[in-house]
Design a binder for this molecule. Structure first.
Ligand SMILES: [Zn+2]
Length: 307
């Protein structure tokens, strides 16, 4: 199914720029991201594919000709996978990409044929559950937006990050703690966790953790490119964690000033969206690992019992 003609860097960059431009127009409108997963394996889509699928769903929702809520369920499958489930696909698929190693035969210095591995991005088309006939979409759980979300609280606890109460949100690399306004001052639990997990994403950049330049090396200087990049990574890392926790993440108004610099940086460097998404995925993998360690250390195996 690989399509050689698609430039995946362009597709991914356009998707993220489209979302940022949309968010820049109206900050009150939530920047909706759904947790997308594969219908057969149940595995979530990761990294840059998260933007690709959200953008596909966003475009479908903006199309007056399209009456189906494509991508809202977050369940996707390839043409073949839906066929195997006896479902009939109707409409345009979304493009996603996976990195894989391609084996090629080449001649070595002695002219002997030898196999070499070349890394390539493969693109695939997948279709949303709303685009197929014969599949019943499972009902989603709707939580109370005005109460603390237990799983999001436990997950944060599992990282051992230090949290203090303050009148604004921040992370201090030198003292290594997060400041947050009280839960009650946010207009919804989703906006509280969006901000909390954005700050937690910065916390992972500390030199003893993932050691990102924007946190570890630009202390006190908010006007560097590294800092702007760190803001993008923080926003995406927070977003990815929120998706996994089932929280609708909203971009922060205070980050509006970075939007234009992200947009021009992304347009000038098509690989940036991949780099930033990769860094954001690293954040999620890292906080997941901390949570696993915390759970195995603790008598409270609440989360593992629930799953
Ligand atoms: Zn930030």
């Amino acid at each position: 199914m690989a399509k050689a003609k698609i430039n995946i860097y362009d597709v991914a960059t356009n998707a993220l720029c489209g979302m940022l431009e949309e968010a820049g127009k109206d900050w009150k409108k939530p920047w909706k991201y759904t947790r997308h997963q594969n219908v057969s394996s149940g595995k979530p889509y990761r990294g840059v594919n998260i933007h690709l699928l959200n953008y596909h769903a966003h475009l479908a929702s903006a199309d007056p000709q399209e009456t189906r809520a494509i991508g809202q369920s977050g369940i996707w499958g390839t043409f073949k996978q839906w066929n195997e489930l006896d479902c009939k696909v109707k409409g345009q698929g979304a493009i996603i990409t996976f990195f894989s190693m391609f084996e090629k035969e080449e001649k070595d210095e002695n002219g002997k044929p030898t196999k070499v591995k070349i890394p390539i991005w493969r693109t695939y088309k997948i279709f949303a559950a709303e685009q197929v006939e014969g599949y019943t979409i499972p009902e989603a759980d709707i939580g109370n937006p005005d109460e603390k979300i237990e799983i999001a609280e436990l997950y944060f606890l599992g990282t051992n990050a230090i949290l203090t109460r303050d009148d604004h949100a921040y992370y201090v690399p030198t003292l290594d703690y997060i400041g947050m306004p009280p839960f009650e001052t946010f207009d919804s639990s989703d906006s509280y966790y969006s901000v909390l997990y954005h700050e937690l994403a910065h916390w992972t950049g500390h030199k003893d953790r993932l050691d990102r330049n924007g946190i570890a090396k630009t202390i006190g200087n908010r006007y560097t490119n590294e800092y702007a990049y760190e803001e993008l990574v923080g926003e995406l890392g927070g977003l990815f964690n929120c998706i996994n926790l089932g929280i609708t993440s909203t971009p922060q108004e205070s980050n509006a000033q970075y939007i234009n610099s992200w947009l021009s940086a992304l347009k000038n460097n098509k690989r940036l969206v991949f780099t930033a998404s990769k860094d954001a995925q690293r954040i999620v993998d890292y906080t997941n690992k901390l949570n696993e360690e915390y759970q195995s250390d603790s008598e409270l195996t609440l989360l593992s019992e629930a799953s």
